[in-house]
Design a protein around this ligand. Structure first.
Ligand code: NAD
Length: 535
């Protein structure tokens, strides 16, 4: 992979490298500020900022440079207790939050979305600084994503209602849709803002209070959002943030005052959360876990389009996507051509400082994760896959990895069996529909899948047969706030986004009243018809 300065830009998005940066993208975008001030580093509890108990802090590292961006308060068990106590108090009957009309909750959530839009530039720069995601992505995708999610759920606040139920006997029975209480939202580092929006939107829309634990690699945007909730006018205790790592996460999961955990992360920690929940107070759980998704390219697909889509399916977000279409299954008739074109595309990918507007791929999130991806690349080579391009670090500073393509990958190889979560495309060959469906499903994961074909019948049949929570046909990562998303099998349980997510953050209560029928009213007489004016 050539260094950025030696290489011509390759996509429509960055037509001229030597141009004024702002004209490098076709849409208006303010030039980024890599030297922005980090405004918030403390815990946010009850609408106030606190140091962690004992003054504990941890380093927030910039993955582009591996230098410390800021020192962040590290929440202990006692700090999590304090946050849960604040969220519990805010949830008490008669509190401002509980007394608020549902429609006014919607107004508040929309106000928060307005403030996000007003602060879009700062938030995008902050997310890029913290996560290494290209600024063009954080500006156009992540900040827009959380704002859209919040607005979608703001619209739901006064549209969730129960039913009247036609029960037997002299009873009136109806259901109420009610909030659960204190919800712990545990976030990953790969999509900090968007995963926060997926959880926060429905949690607040349903009337819950939240304690958010951002990932220790990316705490900054959750803390900035906290300042916006205060500015928007959310009552104290409704929104709390406890930065930290596994200790803070486990404290939240083990807490008897927390009714619900919505978690995005690894299967390993998802399992721990299930166990801890069953040993404490049987929390309601939504678990969005790992994936190793198949993307199936048939011989009749539009080849150039499929190559580009399959490339984006793997390499988007530095390959750090739970939905990454890392197992690219390609029909034997087009296999060689597909590999050639995919290698050409990956070799031209612009790996660069994420604050450069032409950057398509920034650094990996952490040294630990960088080493893990390099370990997978080594295993691919050792197990006999053909390294077509990439395979090494990019440059000599920061956690950049060359876009890597392996051909000749077989199902038994480690790189095909496990989630790499990095910029590594594994291209596998298949012959028949039956074979590819069986191989695609032969995994513990079941998050998402892609199909590229012009044959609608094939696409629809395979969509039914694939064991995954989402199937994209002739597109990939086509998320929409209105459509539910979530994994099957070991990829998790529960849904985020769409109406379905509201069920994850609410409880149904049945209320039944004894209503004996009034015996002296007769509906048999003409009186009823006369009363209603009929002849
Ligand atoms: P991880 O599971 O190690 O960490 C995720 C979060 O859990 C972090 O906030 C972390 O501090 C916290 N945590 C760690 N130990 C904990 C404990 N004992 N109790 C409670 N919380 C704890 O995740 P990771 O490996 O850093 O992230 C990558 C994984 O996340 C990948 O496997 C990826 O597929 C998955 N992911 C899934 C989705 C999805 O929607 N399905 C989205 C993004 C990422």
């Amino acid at each position: 992979m050539a260094a950025v300065t030696e290489q011509a830009p390759v996509t429509d998005v960055n037509p001229k490298l030597d141009a004024d940066p702002v004209s490098c993208v076709p849409w208006p975008i303010p030039p980024p500020n890599p030297a922005l001030e980090v405004k918030y580093t403390k815990m946010f509890i009850n609408n106030e900022w606190y140091d962690a108990s004992g003054g504990a802090t941890f380093n927030d590292i910039n993955p582009s440079t591996e230098k410390v961006t800021a020192r962040i308060a590290e929440a202990s068990e006692a700090d999590v207790d304090k946050a849960v106590a604040a969220a519990t108090a805010a949830f008490q009957p008669g509190s401002p939050w509980r007394k608020m009309d549902a429609s006014d909750r919607g107004v508040l959530i929309n106000k928060l979305a307005d403030l996000i839009d007003e602060n879009k530039y700062y938030l995008a720069c902050l997310e890029t600084l913290d996560s290494g995601k290209p600024y063009t992505h954080t500006f156009f995708m992540d900040t827009t994503g959380i704002s859209k999610l919040l607005r979608y759920y703001a619209g739901w606040t006064d549209k969730m209602h129960g039913k009247t139920v036609p029960v037997d006997g002299d009873y009136l029975s109806y259901t109420l849709v009610q909030p659960m209480g204190v919800c712990g939202l545990i976030l990953p580092w790969n999509m900090p803002l968007i995963t926060m929006g997926m959880k926060l939107g429905p949690a607040l829309a349903c009337g819950n209070t939240v304690v958010i634990k951002p990932d220790e690699n990316t705490p900054l945007t959750a803390l900035f959002l906290a300042s916006l909730t205060k500015e928007a006018g959310f009552p104290a205790g409704v929104f709390n943030v406890v930065p930290g790592g596994p200790t803070a996460g486990a404290a939240l999961v083990n807490h008897h005052g927390v009714q619900k955990i919505s978690f995005t992360g690894s299967i390993e920690i998802g399992r721990k959360i299930e166990e801890a929940s069953s040993k404490t107070n049987m929390k309601r759980l939504t678990l969005e876990l790992s994936g190793n998704c198949p993307n199936i390219i048939f011989a009749d697909a539009d080849l150039d389009y499929a190559v580009e889509q399959a490339h984006q399916a793997v390499f988007m977000n530095q390959g750090q996507m739970c939905t990454a279409g890392a197992r690219t299954f390609v029909h034997e008739d087009i296999y060689d051509e597909f590999v050639k074109k995919s290698v050409a595309r990956a070799s031209k990918k612009m790996v660069a400082d994420p604050f450069q507007l032409y950057s398509e791929q920034g650094p990996q999130i952490s040294r630990k994760h960088f080493d893990s991806i390099m370990g997978y690349i080594k295993a691919g080579k050792e197990e006999g896959a053909k390294l077509e391009c990439g395979g090494s670090r990019h440059g000599d500073k920061g956690l950049y990895i060359q876009p890597t393509v392996f051909s000749g990958v077989t199902d038994e190889m480690k790189i095909a069996k496990e989630e790499i979560f990095g910029p590594v495309q594994c291209i596998l060959k298949f012959s028949t529909i039956e074979e590819v469906v069986e191989r695609a499903n032969n995994t513990q994961y079941g998050l998402a899948a892609g199909i590229f074909t012009q044959n609608v019948s094939v696409a629809l049949e395979i969509s039914k047969a694939l064991e995954s929570g989402t199937v994209w046909v002739n597109c990939y990562n086509a998320f929409a706030v209105q459509s539910p998303f979530g994994g099957l099998k070991m990829s998790g349980k529960g849904k985020e986004m769409g109406e379905e997510s509201l069920r994850e953050f609410s409880e149904i209560k049945t209320v039944t009243l004894k209503l004996p029928q009034i015996q002296n009213i007769s509906f048999k007489s003409n009186a009823v018809r006369q009363y209603s004016g009929s002849t």
